[in-house]
Design a protein around this ligand. Structure first.
Ligand code: GLN
Length: 535
């Protein structure tokens, strides 16, 4: 059987949830027994999002091989088993870089190098590379970032037009649009979707399916209108209405309308019954009313939901497993200097971050949790904060700091590794990707994971400075996880505290709704216990 390709484009407005929709379609195809792989194509010129401010781009998702990628790959990870690596995300910047490097090497043999065919060929190479990741892949889903009509999307659209031309019966084009409800007119409007489909037709792409993002399910009449004017069969017009309960309901909603069935028919794929039983069970628990557990996330980018996307999702997965209703209290670290600003949560998490802003509020949070036996989870920068707070307030080294913020500190408890000192470039130069971590028996981390060696993903430049190790240990800090016996500190815990754990890696990238991350589950259980006692 030939490999099948599904292209997902977006129209009308950005932020339609194309990543989520792509992931949900992947989820349904897997439930049908197919092996899928997903590619995100991003139209911006940055080579990767690694150097972008989270306010611009949201979280940077890191894969096992150390690629810094778009946050949609996090959705793919949480909804599917798609392999994820450097081939799973390509930006215009990367594609141009490849073509220009080839040109400099003389590989185009004197030809004029142009967007068409050289850039579009490179885009097509990226699509094929995803299909070749493993022998087993049946379907590749390609999500095109940006909105149809944007100038920068054009090379991608031209490339997928050609791809369809070359693999005609093996492709499906799905167009995700927005169907707004106009309150003043009391009507939903299909015109933006019609125009968006028209722009695609001008480029030579005829969508096979239209997926309409909307507030309420669409009537038959509206679907008929969209079908006629977008030139798509009525049975191929679907609505994807806002879900207020849980995003994990999206695949189930699409399945109810028969979306996966139609994709299989259009691609002539043998149809097995969808097995969604485990997913349905998880959603049923997620939406069942439960007692509230309030977790404070103290960070710099709390105004933007996407900046800590995987952290929020990992907390949510753990709370589903623990049968509690998660109430995340987003606390701006800049503003914290008194416990009243910490809003009496049952546990606190300090996520990753860079630079000086917000440090004091985070240190304050760690001190407050340590002194009051409140569960605390420090992730990456959060662990470094926990170390600095301990050095200052337990070891009496009042000026202790991370050299990231104070390069000349007398007590550099967080410092730079030798190999990092020589690096001048910013892009892709941190300690990135998956490394093993050896756990200390009896530690909280070991009890959570239930095994001796784990693999976790990293994205940081600074490390705990082992020169101070003994002194920390003497005062009750346990180095519960290290890269090798006695080397880089990966996990720090405070022994005489119910649950104060810091990790140098990013466990949130490896949490799924059906496989919540053990450390997040252990943290949520500790917060539960702090609130209601041992169950
Ligand atoms: N800024 C810190 C470092 O580079 C922490 C990074 C992070 O939290 N991802 O080490």
């Amino acid at each position: 059987m030939s490999i099948k390709y599904i292209f997902i484009t977006g129209g009308v407005v950005s932020s339609l949830g194309k990543g989520l929709t792509t992931a949900a379609i992947g989820n349904l195809l897997e439930a049908r027994g197919l092996n899928i792989a997903i590619l995100k194509l991003d139209p911006y010129l940055n080579v990767d999002p690694g150097t972008m401010n989270p306010f611009q781009h949201g979280e940077v998702y890191v894969t096992d091989d150390g690629s810094e990628t778009d946050l949609d790959l996090g959705h793919y990870y949480r909804f599917t088993k798609s392999p994820l690596s450097k081939v799973s995300n390509a930006t215009s910047g990367q594609i141009y870089e490849t073509v220009i490097k080839k040109e400099r090497k003389g590989e185009y043999l004197g030809k004029t190098v142009q967007v068409i065919p050289h850039i579009t060929d490179e885009i097509k190479n990226r699509i094929t590379a995803v299909a070749k990741q493993s022998q087993k892949i049946d379907v590749v889903l390609i999500e095109i970032g940006g909105t149809v009509g944007d100038i920068e999307c054009l090379p991608f659209l031209e490339a997928i037009r050609q791809f369809r031309y070359e693999h005609h019966d093996d492709c499906v084009n799905i167009h995700l649009t927005y169907v707004p409800y106009l309150k003043a007119a009391g009507e939903v409007k299909t015109k933006p979707s019609q125009h968006s489909a028209m722009i695609l037709r001008e480029i030579g792409i005829i969508p096979d399916m239209i997926l309409c993002r909307c507030e309420q399910a669409l009537s038959d009449e509206i679907k008929e209108k969209i079908s006629l004017f977008c030139n798509v069969l009525k049975q191929d017009v679907f609505d994807e209405k806002d879900v207020d309960s849980t995003i994990y309901e999206v695949p189930l909603e699409l399945h109810k309308q028969g979306l996966d069935e139609r994709i299989l028919t259009l691609l002539s794929l043998p149809a097995k019954q969808a097995d969604l039983s485990a997913w349905k069970e998880m959603v049923a628990i997620a939406i069942k009313p439960k007692q509230k557990l309030k977790i404070g996330v103290v960070g710099k980018y709390v105004d933007l939901n996407d900046a800590y996307k995987s952290i929020y999702e990992a907390l949510y997965h753990a709370s589903i497993a623990a049968h509690v209703d998660l109430d995340i209290c987003k606390i701006e670290s800049d503003k914290v200097d008194h416990e009243s600003q910490l809003e009496k949560c049952d546990g606190y998490l300090v996520p990753g971050g860079f630079g000086q802003r917000g440090w004091l509020g985070k240190i304050f949070t760690a001190k407050y949790c340590r002194e009051n036996n409140i569960p605390f989870f420090g992730v990456c920068l959060g662990m470094q904060i926990m170390i600095v707070e301990f050095a200052r307030n337990v070891l009496g080294k009042g000026t202790a700091h991370s050299v990231e913020v104070d390069p000349h500190t007398e007590f550099p408890v967080i410092s730079l590794m030798e190999e990092q000192k020589k690096i001048e470039k910013l892009g892709a130069t941190m300690r990135l990707g998956s490394y093993p971590c050896l756990l200390k028996p009896e530690s909280k981390a070991y009890l959570a994971y239930g095994k001796k060696v784990v693999q976790e993903r990293h994205r940081h430049r600074y490390e705990f400075n082992n020169e101070f190790k003994e002194e920390f240990e003497k005062h009750g800090m346990v180095f519960a996880g290290t890269l090798n016996e006695g080397s880089l500190c990966e996990i720090a815990e405070i022994s005489h505290h119910p649950w104060m754990v810091g990790v140098q890696f990013h466990p949130e990238f490896k949490s799924k709704p059906l496989e919540p991350h053990p450390l997040f589950t252990s943290f949520i259980n500790a917060a539960k216990e702090a609130k209601w006692g041992k169950s």
